[in-house]
Design a protein around this ligand. Structure first.
Ligand code: 5AD
Ligand code: FES
Length: 349
């Protein structure tokens, strides 16, 4: 036990561990150790962000995807998904609704939809930028050429979310089709940073074949990239994918890693994700109590929510935007935290 406490204290003070130390800590975790770790992570979170919770309105604007990631419910080979694509006006009215609910960051998320071309996206971003000058625009639209990232940035996008999914090349290849590579993914992240985006990356916890050694590689990569945001959530199987019979990632490991990330990157933006809320009724509250400081209510039109299923049993699919926003507000108040109306830029710049 003492040996592990020493590692946590070292992480809190020096913000880094070696690969071996990470593997030891992650592989040796216990309930008592987790409680100690959560308390340290909360202390650091409150030092920088107090009890404030940043909110981002998520707009899932298309579930068409040219990729075929083995874990994802909207993968190309899933013929059972009803495909949809929102037009510009619908997306703008989602933003408007979000704005009225106090949201100042919009996250535009989609599969890699070839119909949403660079030009079309640039137009969309310009329109949102023009209508909501005080809001941050975050893109979560997969891999593009660097020139496209630049065009989106020039049109007014500020932030980009692109999870690295797993650092290790072999593990990456076990989760993705051959057309995608871990190396290309990481290059995108460096490109995005260079352009000037606030960047978010991350991975699924408990993805098939994941081990403490692989997670230690993820932690070292996060340290090296030093992103403004890190999104992690449990892997949850989707019934129409090759991973349908794989085990879910656990609440316990997700919370443990959230706390580790808070201690390693003290000022990072750390969402308590929908996937976490899906595997446990109080998952998002527990995420906040482990050091997370961001929640992402869903602003997608209710009619399409049941079609944006990356995994089974996703929560919030029957709710309206206002319900989602208010539900989160109540949940956060119930644990003594409060949602703020602000862009919520990272302090980690
Ligand atoms: N379970 C949990 N998370 C998933 N994602 C995709 N499919 C799943 C799943 N089955 C995550 C990926 C992706 C993000 C948008 O959603 O990490 O980057
Ligand atoms: Fe969406 Fe609770 S956050 S309904």
């Amino acid at each position: 036990m003492d040996r592990y406490i020493t590692l946590i204290d070292k992480l809190k003070q020096e913000h880094t561990l070696s690969s071996k130390e990470w593997t030891t800590l992650i592989g040796g975790r216990t309930k008592e150790l987790s409680d100690y770790l959560f308390a340290q992570a909360r202390e650091i979170r409150e030092l920088h962000y107090g009890k404030d919770i940043y909110v981002r309105g998520l707009i899932e604007f298309s579930n068409y995807c040219k990729n075929d990631c083995l874990y994802c419910g909207i993968r190309r080979s899933n013929r059972n998904t009803r495909r949809y694509r929102l037009d510009e006006d619908t997306i703008l009215s989602c933003c408007q609704e979000g704005y009225e609910l106090g949201l100042r960051t919009f996250v535009l998320q989609s599969g890699e939809d070839i119909s949403y071309t660079e030009d079309r996206l640039v137009n969309l971003i310009r329109k949102i930028r023009g209508s909501f000058p005080d809001c941050a625009i975050t893109l979560s639209i997969g891999e593009w050429e660097k020139t496209s990232y630049q065009a989106f940035f020039d049109a007014g996008a500020n932030r980009y979310l692109l999870r690295h999914e797993t650092y290790n090349d072999n593990h990456y290849a076990m989760l993705h089709p051959a057309a995608l590579s871990a190396k290309k993914r990481r290059q995108s992240l460096w490109d995005l940073k260079e352009i000037g985006y606030q960047v978010g990356t991350g991975f699924m916890v408990g993805s098939p074949f994941q081990t403490p050694e692989l997670l230690s590689e993820d932690m070292l990569f996060l340290k090296e990239l030093n992103p403004q945001m890190v999104g992690i959530g449990p892997f949850i199987p989707h019934h129409d994918t090759p991973f349908k019979d794989e085990a879910c990632g656990t609440l316990e490991l997700t919370l443990f890693l959230l706390s580790c990330i808070r201690l390693m990157l003290p000022k990072v933006l750390l969402p308590s994700t929908t996937a976490l809320g899906t595997i446990h009724p109080k998952g998002r509250e527990l995420g906040i109590l482990s050091g997370a400081n961001v929640v992402m209510p869903n602003l997608s039109p209710t009619e399409v929510r049941k079609d944006y299923l990356l995994y089974d049993n996703k929560i919030c699919t029957g709710d309206e935007s206002a319900q989602c926003r208010n539900c989160l507000e109540k949940r956060m108040e119930s644990i003594g935290y409060h949602i703020v109306t602000a862009r919520g830029d990272s302090l980690n710049i």
